[in-house]
Design a protein around this ligand. Sequence first.
Ligand SMILES: Cc1cc2nc3c(=O)[nH]c(=O)nc-3n(C[C@H](O)[C@H](O)[C@H](O)COP(=O)(O)O)c2cc1C
Ligand code: SF4
Ligand code: SF4
Length: 434
Amino acid sequence: MADLRSDFVGIKSPNPFWLASAPPTDKEYNVRRAYEAGWGGVVWKTLGMEGPPVVNVNGPRYGAIWGADRRLLGLNNIELITDRPLEVNLREMKAVKRDYPDRALIASIMVPCEEEAWKAILPHVEETGADGIELNFGCPHGMAERGMGSAVGQVPEYIEMVTRWCKQYTRMPVIVKLTPNITNVLYPAEAAKRGGADAVSLINTINSITSVDLDLFAPEPMIDGKGTHGGYCGPAVKPIALNMVAEIARNPETADMPISGIGGVTTWRDAAEFLALGAGNVQVCTAAMTYGFKVVQEMISGLSEYMDDKGMTSVDQLVRRAVPNVTDWNQLNLNYVAKAKIDQDLCISCGRCFAACEDTSHQAIAMSEDRTFSVIDDECVACNLCVNVCPVEDCISMVELAPGTTDPRTGKPVDPNYANWTTHPNNPSATAAE
Ligand SMILES: Cc1cc2nc3c(=O)[nH]c(=O)nc-3n(C[C@H](O)[C@H](O)[C@H](O)COP(=O)(O)O)c2cc1C
Ligand code: SF4
Ligand code: SF4
C-alpha cells in the first residue's frame, strides 16, 4: 500500500487530508471524532481576538445549489469566525493536540490588522502545542466589513505586512489563506511570499448569492426578510480553485512555495488533481459537512489504490506531476486534429448532441430517420461540446487524426510538427518559426 504520510512545511500528518477551518473544526468534540475517522490534520475554526466573541445570526446561514438528483453542488454561507470564547478554543486545542500528537493541528487566526493584536494572540496559540498557524485573509462576508478577512486578502501590502509580523512573533510555520475574490491570485500569493510565509492555502469562499425568493423578493438565506452575500464553496468551486493553485505553482516567483489546496474536494480523485497541480496537501470542508467525517476513508483508500496502480510510493511523487503540462493558450499545438466519434452501442438516441451541435456549434452531427446519430467528419472541429452534453459517459469520444492523414474538414494532411499561435501565419505578431 502506498505511503500516504505527509510532511507539509515540516508539519507531519499520517495522510494529506486536512479538515479546513470551518464548522467541522469548531470544537473539541468534532475534532476528536474527525481524527478518529482518519483525518490527517485539522485547521481549527478561525480564532478571533480575546474579549467578547463574534455573534452569528440566529436564522438560516446556508444557501445551496443542487444537481438534478438533489446532490449538493455548491454551498453558500454567511457564518462568521468562531463564536466561542478564545480561551475555550485554546484549552480544547491543547487537550486535543496532547491526545493526538501524530495529527496535524493548525490554528486559523483572524484579528484586526494591527501589530499589537497579532503579537498578543500568537503566544497563546503557540502554548496549545499547535503545529502551525493559518492566517485567514479570506472570509468575504461579515468580517470583511470590519476590515478583516478578505478586506486584508485583497490588499497585497497588508498581506505582506501581517505575514511579516507573524513570522516575527512566532516560531510556528505560517500558512497564508488566500481569498479568490480578487482579479489575479498571483499578487496576494507573491505578497505572502515577500512577507516570509511558509506556505499559502487556497481557496477561501467566493462572494455569492445563491438564490432569490421570488415571493418575498429577497436573497437567500434570508434573515427577517433580508439577505446578504455569502461565501460559496463545494464541488462547484473546484475548477476555480484548481486554476488558482496551478497559477501559483507555475509562476516563477511562487513556484517553490508549498500550497495547501482547498475548494470542492469531495473524492480521492479531486484530491489527486489538486496534488498533481501543485498542492502539497488538501483541505476539505463542504464534503465533510455534506457526508460526515467518514468521507475521508474513501479519500485515503482511493488515493492509496491510485498511487499503487501508478507505482508511486509516496505522495511527493504525485505532487506537481501535472504542472509542466499547464501552459498558456498560445503554446497549444494548432496542428493537433481530432474528431468526435459516437459509440452506437452506448447511444440512447436522446438527441442532445444533435441539438447542441446543430444549434450552437458546427452542424456536424447527422440524425437519420430512425434516430441514429453520427458525426460528419467534414464539419466536426472537435470542440467537445457533444461529449459534455451527452448523458451517457464515454458514449462520445475524441479520436486523434494520425499525422499525415487528410482532415476531411480542411482537405489538408495533418501536419506532424508542433506549431502554435506565436508562429501562426494569421498572427500579426507572429515570430518566425524555427
Ligand atoms: C460554514 C462555513 C464556515 C467557514 N468558516 C471559515 C472560517 O472560519 N475560516 C476560514 O478560513 N474558512 C472558513 N470557511 C471556508 C473553508 O475553510 C474553505 O476554505 C471553503 O469552504 C472551501 O472548501 P470546500 O469547498 O471544501 O468547502 C468556511 C466555510 C463554510 C462552509
Ligand atoms: S465535437 Fe463539436 S463540432 Fe464535433 S460533433 Fe461534437 S459538437 Fe459538433
Ligand atoms: S447525446 Fe449521446 S446518447 Fe444522446 S444521441 Fe447523442 S450520442 Fe446518443
